[in-house]
Each structure stands twice: as C-alpha cells, then as structure tokens.
Design a protein around this ligand. Structure first.
Ligand code: EPZ
Length: 430
C-alpha cells in the first residue's frame, strides 16, 4: 500500500505554482465529444482523473495525443458509439459527464451509474430530470447502466431545486446543440461552470449567464474545434494556502485567480492569516496563533465544501471553539476520526463538527478517506510533532498534481513510500 511519510514542523517557504482546475478539466474533456474537429486543451492538471478520462475517450474511438505534461490534443470525429462500457467508467465519479456529452452528440447515451463517494450517496436525479426536460427518456437498464434516448433534443426551462454543479454541467452539455433555447434556473455558479461555458462558446456554442444563477443556452447546429487553456484550480490553491498557514510559513502561491479565492481568503484572514493579493498570485504568511472561527460551506460564491476538511485541520489547533457546518454533503466529516488519532478534539453530529482547539497535533498513522480529506491529513501532518504516515494516497493523487514535489520545493519533509514497483505509469501509455 503506497503511503506518504511526513515529518512535521517545517514552516513552508518559497513558491508553489498551481495547476489547471480538476473540476473544470473533468467537464471539458467529455465536452470535446461534442466538437466537429480537433480540440487542443492546455494547462490540464497532471492527475489520474485526467488520464483516465482521456483513456475513456480513446476507448470510445477518439484520437488522443499527449503534446506535453499539461496539453492534450483530442480528435472526437472517429467516436462511433454512444455506449461507454469501459471498466474505467465505473470507477470514476466524474465520468457521469459522458451522459450529457454523448446525449448531446448522438441523442443517445448508455453509461454506467457513477461510483459512490466516501461522504454519502451521490444522486443523479437532477441530471436525469434535466435530460427529460430536453426530451430524452431515461431508464436504468441491465447491470446499472443509465440509458438515455431522445428523438431530438429541444430546449426547455429547467429549475434545479438543489444547486448542483454536476446537473448544471450535464444539462449544458446536452442543451448546446438542442433545438431552441434552454434556461437553467438556480444553476451552480462555480468557476468551473464558467470555464466550461467559455470552452463551449470557443467551439461556437451560444451560452450566456454562466457564473450567475440563470444560464441561457441557445442551441446551435454544430460545434467546431478549438484551443483552450483550463483555469487554475481554486481548491488546489486553497489547499496550499491552508498548508502555508498551518506551518506558519511564508509562501507565494502563483498561477491563481484571486477572485475565485475570495471566500477562502476571507476565512483564512479571520483565522489570523496574512494574505497579500497580486494579479495572478497570493503571498500567504502567518506569525500569530490561529484563531477559532465558524465555517458553513455553501455553493459558490460561499465557502467551498471542497475546502472544508482542509480548513478544519487548521481549526483543530486554533485557539477556542470552532463550529463547522457542512451545507452541501450529508456526511463529509469521516476525516475527523483520523484527526482524532493525531490528538484533535472534535465532536461530530450529522452536518456539524465542533472543534476545541488543541496546542499541537501529534504524528500518527492515518488514512485518506477521500480526496480532500487526504489533503487535510497532509496539512495536519505538516504542522504535527513527529512523523505521520498517510495510507490510501491514491485518493490524493487523483486530484493533486505533483503534490510531493510541490511541498518538498517549499521545504516540507514529505516522501512517497511505495510497497510495490511504482504504479504511477501514465495510463495514456498503456
Ligand atoms: C461536484 O460534485 C464536485 N465534483 C465536488 O468536488 C464538489 O464537492 C461538488 O460539486 C459541490 O461543489 C466534480 O466537479 C467532479 P453537486 P457534484 O451535484 O457535481 C445533491 C472534489 O473534491 N444532488 O453540486 O456531484 C448532492 O447529493 C469533489 O473535487 C442531488 O440531490 O456535486 C449534494 O448534496 C468532491 N441530486 C448537492 O446536490 C442530483 O442529481 C450538491 O451536489 C445531484 C446532486
């Protein structure tokens, strides 16, 4: 079992460069299926979610050429099936964007139900409601495949009673080539929604209002190829901001969009962290003890749920009582059991966790229960006394490119210990 071994106590110093946004990349790669020509995607993060999705498109028939570590050229024209059977699809949550992309291209799609997640069920009822509103029939067929069929897709007015990133994205993918106008009300407003809309518009789509709660999509007949650079990753940036704060360091975090980080910056400042903003970078320092504060996660522009575990790791050592309310997912506090192994004092009741700040965390053997929980364990380990071993690091490497190299470059004592020959081979090469 591969693991990270971290010796805490080193303040992070120097510069950390942020990569492309995972949650934009996992929407934009399937969106290429809708293009009528080659698409060149730049600033992609070098993570397994990207290489797995690229492999899935290859299995569908697309020609995928890796130009560099962060650039792919994808020609979707040879794709000749709307059935995504490949084993990889079942294991990857974000493969559910294949529904909207294949439906949008072929008026049909057959894709396995998405894998579960480690913090509660991940329903897709709003996705299916959106497809039905556009004229598709949806059913679950043999061995958990979702089957979508439409004579033709016709624009409609769709109200999402829960703000859903995935449903907003999937409806956009299905609607861009539908007949007429689609309006999505109560749409998600995350930066990666805007990035997908900008990508689709660069292919000739006609989407307005992305980033607001109302998105209007005027269907177009065809979409051409494009060259597009993915936005920087808001959550990767927030994670390293928290790591710099945790260790009392002084880190310049580069290749960021400060506007995307406003809610994270505000909370960290409330905890006593100093953050200087520049055009495309932030300087994060902390000299005072961390202060307790309350956090409630909300859809964008609220404090992002994907930063909840990382912020909680800081609150575990912040002076006083902090209340963390998870406003998006049913059960996203499993990592608290792991923090307790390091000496944290936290009690969890449903969607609320109450932290009583302790002076210090102690190194211990812990595990990553999901992607962001794993990031929280790294942050805790970086500031703990002694050595921490983190298992199940595949969760972390799914979404954080070169995390060991980036942290070592800033002075962290972290190494990756593999019990087997390195398995990080690029899926593209196999
Ligand atoms: C996306 O998940 C992200 N994943 C998640 O990030 C993120 O936590 C989430 O958005 C919220 O920002 C990707 O972008 C690949 P939702 P998604 O649909 O789209 C309920 C990470 O760490 N809901 O916005 O699956 C749902 O149960 C990951 O990068 C329905 O009830 O999230 C949840 O309570 C973890 N029915 C709420 O809506 C539906 O049909 C928000 O979910 C869909 C969602």
């Amino acid at each position: 079992m591969d693991k990270f071994v971290i010796t805490g106590g080193n303040p992070l110093k120097g510069e950390i460069r942020i990569g492309g946004a995972k949650n934009a990349a996992v929407a934009i790669i399937p969106a290429v299926i809708l293009a009528g020509d080659v698409c060149r995607l730049e600033n992609l993060p070098n993570i397994s979610d990207v290489s797995v999705l690229a492999k899935i498109l290859q299995e569908l028939g697309a020609t995928v050429t890796r130009i560099s570590k962060s650039t792919l050229e994808i020609d979707p024209r040879p794709i000749n099936t709307y059935i995504a059977r490949h084993e990889l699809v079942k294991n990857m949550r974000a493969s559910y964007y294949l529904y909207g992309a294949l439906l949008g291209r072929f008026n049909k799609a057959r894709v396995p139900m998405p894998g579960g997640c480690f913090f509660g069920i991940r329903p897709i009822d709003l996705h299916l409601k959106g497809f039905e509103a556009l004229g598709a029939t949806t059913k679950i067929v043999e061995n958990g495949m979702v089957s979508l069929d439409a004579e033709k897709l016709v624009g409609n007015h769709i109200y999402l009673d829960i703000v859903s990133v995935g449903a907003t994205i999937n409806i956009m993918l299905a609607a861009v080539r539908a007949e007429g106008v689609t309006v999505i009300e109560n749409a998600a407003r995350e930066p990666h929604i805007v990035d997908l809309a900008n990508f689709l518009n660069s292919m000739g789509a006609d989407i307005m209002g992305a980033g607001t709660g109302v998105i209007k999509i005027r269907g177009v007949k065809d979409l051409h190829g494009t060259t597009y650079s993915i936005i920087p990753d808001q959550i990767e940036a927030g994670t390293y901001m928290a790591a710099a704060a945790a260790t009392g360091g002084d880190v310049m975090i580069t290749n960021v969009t400060p506007k995307h980080l406003e809610s994270i910056t505000a909370r960290l400042r409330q905890m006593g962290v100093t953050i200087e903003e520049f055009d495309d970078r932030l300087r994060v320092t902390r000299t005072e003890p961390l202060k307790a504060c309350n956090i409630k996660t909300m859809p964008h522009p609220g404090f992002p749920t994907d930063m909840q575990p990382q912020a909680a790791a800081l609150l575990a050592v912040a002076k006083g009582i902090s209340i963390v309310t998870e406003g998006v997912w049913d059960n996203r506090f499993q990592y608290c059991d792991e923090l307790r192994k390091m000496g944290a004092s936290v009690s969890v009741d449903g969607k609320i966790a109450v932290f009583q700040g302790v002076d210090k965390l102690m190194g211990a053997p812990v595990r990553a229960t999901d992607l962001r929980a794993g990031a929280a364990m790294i942050i805790a380990a970086l500031m703990a006394d002694g050595v921490t071993e983190i298992e199940q690091i595949f969760h972390i490497e799914r979404g954080y490119e070169d995390i060991v190299e980036k942290l070592r470059g800033a002075g962290a004592q972290i190494r990756r210990v593999s019990d087997e020959p390195t398995r990080g081979a690029n899926l593209m090469s196999s």
